[in-house]
Design a protein around this ligand. Structure first.
Ligand code: LCS
Length: 391
């Protein structure tokens, strides 16, 4: 019988006891693996025999994580990278060649925007952004040379939500591969492959790890695609995850469901408080009834997640003042950690996006993004409230 996802995170693929019945996966801190004979080495290089060769290509600890992440996403195979950006760049370069076109959600993480610019300027792989609110809105932006739909949902930091089932159905009519950056939801809250999307990527730095001590990335998809990605882009461009980071991620993943439930609960309580505060102009949280996409969020997400974006009344300076008076909540980029973190997207995570583009994506200067941690929500609220009282 297929295990429930909570059980999979703890016992699933990747939690092997093959090594002396060790409960935790050993860390294979080795760069290379010796061959019994020259012929054995030659067979492994020729792909005629399974086995490890060199840790840029594969490593047992990293592979255990790849198996576990693939299972968590309901995919056939996973591949781990040194960062979320190396996962995104590997997937996008594998799906495109010079002259191709990427259609992207209107809103993405700042460095993913930078990657799209780089691909355009250096390799003539062009892109457009679309709100993707309807089939028509996606269809009108698809070109004959579109090979990839790249979707972030919920979008960092605007929290807009895109209907994955709708996007995948339309893309497949045009033979277009759908890539979803599932960082904000984690597979516990949303499984894009189950809606027909083709490839999921993660900044594993965030919820998958959950403890603010790893930079990592994951891609999950069909076995033939991931095998090709491993044998080409990741092998030759590098960006492989280190064994110790994979081990930390294996440890973090075991508690994903417990952490996510608490992140979501805390976020739901804080949304209620923030909506009533006189210094808060608007709150953006996917499953809240005031959110324009809440019905899509309810359809494809188990809960709303641990990130809340809100607009402080006034100007950028007021958002800064509010952040500067926080004590418990730390001013830091990243998200998905035990500690509650706050940042100002316009001058931090999304600062490299030109202002005009940022505004088109809905990233306002008054917005702050709160990554709700695992503390008692009342303590987080008390800190936010006292800092807003200074305005
Ligand atoms: N995708 C999303 C949605 C992200 O939020 C990030 C990082 C990445 C990809 C890249 O992952 P990395 O290479 O950092 O592991 N987002 C960050 C953020 O919002 N604050 O700091 C980093």
């Amino acid at each position: 019988m297929r295990k429930q996802r909570e059980t999979q995170y703890i016992h699933g693929r990747g939690s092997t006891q093959a090594f002396y019945r060790s409960l935790s996966m050993p860390i294979f801190q080795t760069s290379t693996f010796s061959f019994a004979t020259g012929e054995e080495g030659a067979r492994r290089f020729a792909g005629e025999e399974q086995g490890y060769i060199y840790s840029r290509l594969s490593n047992p600890t990293v592979q255990a994580l790849e198996d576990k992440a693939a299972e968590a996403e309901g995919g056939e195979k996973g591949l781990a990278f040194a960062s979320g950006m190396s996962a995104a760049s590997a997937v996008l370069t594998s799906l495109t060649k010079a002259g191709d076109h990427i259609l992207c959600s209107n809103g993405i993480y700042g460095c993913t925007y930078g990657l799209l610019r780089l691909l355009q300027e250096k390799y003539n792989i062009t892109h457009d952004f679309s709100d993707m609110r309807s089939i028509e809105e996606i269809a009108e932006n698809i070109k004959p040379n579109t090979t990839c739909l790249f979707i972030e949902t919920p979008i960092n930091p605007t929290m807009r939500v895109i209907d994955l089932e709708m996007a995948a159905a339309l893309a497949h009519q045009h033979n277009i591969t759908v890539v979803v950056d599932n960082t904000f939801s984690s597979p516990y809250l949303q499984q894009p492959l189950s809606f027909g999307c083709d490839i999921v990527i993660h900044s594993a730095t965030k919820y998958l790890n959950g403890h603010g001590d790893v930079i990592g990335g994951i891609a999950v998809g069909r076995q033939d695609y991931i095998n090709e990605l491993a044998a080409t882009v990741r092998k030759d461009m590098g960006g492989t995850m280190a064994p110790f980071d994979a081990w930390l991620l294996l440890r973090g993943l075991k508690t994903l469901h417990v952490r996510m439930d608490r992140h979501c609960y805390n976020a739901e309580q804080l949304v209620k408080q923030l909506k009533q505060h006189p210094h808060v102009e608007e709150v953006f949280y996917p499953t809240d009834s005031s959110h324009p996409d809440h019905t899509i969020a309810a359809k494809q997400m188990k809960k709303g997640g641990g990130v809340i974006t809100f607009k402080i009344k006034g100007h950028k300076e007021d958002a800064m003042t509010m952040m500067n008076h926080l004590n418990l909540v730390k001013i830091a980029v990243s998200l998905g950690d035990a500690e509650t973190l706050i940042q100002h997207p316009a001058t931090m995570t999304h600062s490299t996006i030109p202002q005009i583009e940022r505004e088109r994506m809905g990233v306002d200067d008054g917005m702050v993004r709160l990554s709700v941690g695992l503390e008692a929500w009342e303590d987080i609220w008390n800190d936010l409230e006292q800092s807003m009282d200074r305005l």
